[in-house]
Design a protein around this ligand. Sequence first.
Ligand code: PLP
Length: 448
Amino acid sequence: MNKTLTAVGPHIKTALPGPNAQRILEADNRLISPSYTRSYPLVAKCGHGMVIEDVDGNEFLDFSAGIAVVSTGHCHPHVVAAIQKQAAQLIHMSGTDFYYESMVELAERLTRIAPMPGPHRFYYGNSGTEAVECALKLSRYHTKRQQVIAFYGAFHGRTMGALSLTASKPQQRRRFAPLVPGVTHVPFPHLYRRPKGSDAKQYAIECARFIEEKVFTSTTPPEEVAAIFLEPIQGEGGYIVAPTEFVQELRRICDKHGILLVDDEVQAGMGRTGKWWAIEHTGVHPDIVCSAKGIASGMPLSVVITKAEIMDWVPGSHASTFGGNPVCIAAALATLDLIERDGIKNASEAGALLMKRLGTWPEKHAIVGDVRGRGLMIGVEIVKDKEAKTPAPDLRDRIVQLAFERGILFLGAGPSSIRLSPPLVVTGEEAAVAIDVLEECVSIVERS
Ligand SMILES: Cc1ncc(COP(=O)(O)O)c(C=O)c1O
């Protein structure tokens, strides 16, 4: 093991999975829902910063951040202290029926960083899918319109409303129909896969105009459309960045037809892209923002932020017993401190370092088709054939598995991409170690 690896990890001491992990995996196999999509047998025991230790004492560098959740790293002392303090004071009182101060405290913090001008209103839930569910119901309620538009490749969650917007993988929808009616899916501009010879900007604009020129003129009158749901960077769909012109064109279409632009920042938000919100890179103001994952460093919390006048529903329209739990809010307030202090800057700087290395790979590696992203939200698309751009899910999965065996945790995203979504505290040294390992794995798969 070279010096760098020894300094920052990983440290793999047993065959994987180790003996303790095997025992838990057997029980898990018997007891836990087979619907989960585990890529490799990591059985986590504890975590600190970038490191996850498994039940056999192996240490991994976590470039997945628990699916882009632990924004401040695992068990940051500031977050842990905030959770412990709040847990000793008040664990639950249900903000839907009673009041407590931290609900407004977090709202006041978020109003200062929201990606659209205030005044704002806030709704609290427990997960990303609940945030989307809220946005969907509120869009219909506020506009009194029924139709919504979402994009192919989108992932907005798995509850019935959010699932109806999701169009990422058929298995996510298989045998669950009928879903919520009124959703039309339209193309999302994946620039790497645009028609050969087409201009990138023009293609991006055409994707947005498809809504006006085809959808509104054939199946869906614009005055019946409540909202367009957008991920400014498609997450589960493959870490695909929405081009600026595309987002701007969507804003124009929404303004023209009185449609709400819902910005799903569940994965891309909270400083991960080097700004508080991914949509800020485009200069576009959304009407509704959905946030979750990174907002509370691993505690279950989601927040929907709207322009105040949009949240015009009346008591009883929507609520959740646990939404805005005091312990989760305490974790969120501590998380915001840390993201504000170092996280955003580091996401930008560490992201640039990663990109500098990764950016050369499409030239250098036969199976790397594309590298894209913003800040610490980077996708590496693996292909069988550069010319035809044939997706290579099997090769991608092997690379992710080999990286796991060498102690680096990555996850796949979309049909054949590897996602890099480390905690925002990742150092340049840790990034270099992870990229060295990833490149070694890419080279092994390339040669085989
Ligand atoms: C953009 C986006 N929206 C919504 C969700 C759903 O979030 P959750 O899994 O917390 O319900 C996800 C989860 O990956 C997501 O990436």
